[in-house]
Design a protein around this ligand. Structure first.
Ligand code: SF4
Length: 236
């Protein structure tokens, strides 16, 4: 089996909160988010035999207890992703996935086969604005992925699920409806960085989160990832 390979990080402590993981980047993504930081991985081709990538993962086992599949969009290569995740399982590794959720069938397969322990699912904007932002019909697919994650989290087959929101100045009004869609799943607010936007500061992200009256994780390039709970920390 050949896999369109994007890259490999032997050890990472930022791709899965609290875990030491190796990260496999799979190439290719049909979305065109204006802020994409992995533009080089949206397309192109670097075909590698699956065994070569499995060997990379195996080489990290002494320092990593998990593997995270990221991209690009890893679920674009469904059979390859299932194959790699199953191989990681046989090594005794936990499996994480970063996904935009636009291929819900692949995510459902992973969940049904208990091949994934952590999903970080992007919800990029309101459902009404979704298709415009990504440049393709995606809202219904992401809703289905979200429902699959919620089911698996509820029945205990998915250990961890984070809803990841990349927030830009001037688009803070998207947040309440995204948070409503996320429900009781963990919510991560990520500082959006793109040409033409002054990034929101940590304090501004906290201000956007305060009305939600729930705990969130906030990621900025200045402070890394920090927790914020409006019930415990007075906002000033
Ligand atoms: S979904 Fe992710 S990889 Fe694809 S274009 Fe958007 S930011 Fe880039």
């Amino acid at each position: 089996m050949y896999i369109n390979f994007g890259g490999f990080v032997p050890i990472s402590t930022v791709d899965w909160r609290g875990r030491a993981a190796c990260t496999v980047f799979l190439r290719g993504c049909p979305a065109r988010c204006f802020y994409c930081h992995n533009v080089d991985l949206q397309g192109g081709e670097d075909l590698r035999d699956a065994d070569e990538i499995i060997a990379m993962i195996r080489s990290s086992r002494t320092v990593a207890g998990a593997v995270v599949f990221s991209g690009g969009e890893p679920t674009l290569q469904g059979p390859a992703l299932l194959h790699l995740a199953a191989a990681a399982r046989t090594m005794g590794l936990s499996v994480g996935l970063h996904t935009n959720g636009i291929f819900p069938g692949v995510l459902e397969d992973l969940l049904d086969r208990h091949l994934v322990d952590m999903v970080a699912l992007d919800i990029k904007t309101t459902w009404e604005r979704y298709d415009d932002l990504l440049g393709l019909a995606a809202a219904d697919a992401v809703k289905r992925s979200l429902a699959a994650c919620r089911r698996a989290k509820t029945d205990g087959s998915l250990v961890s699920c984070q809803i990841v929101v990349t927030l830009f100045r001037g688009r803070e009004d998207n947040l309440p409806s995204i948070a409503e869609a996320a429900g009781d799943l963990d919510l991560v607010l990520q500082q959006g960085v793109a040409a033409g936007f002054v990034p929101l500061t940590r304090q501004e992200l906290e201000a956007a989160a305060a009305p939600l009256r729930r705990s969130v994780l906030i990621r900025t390039r200045e402070d890394g990832e920090v927790g914020y709970d409006p019930e415990q920390k007075p906002f000033s």
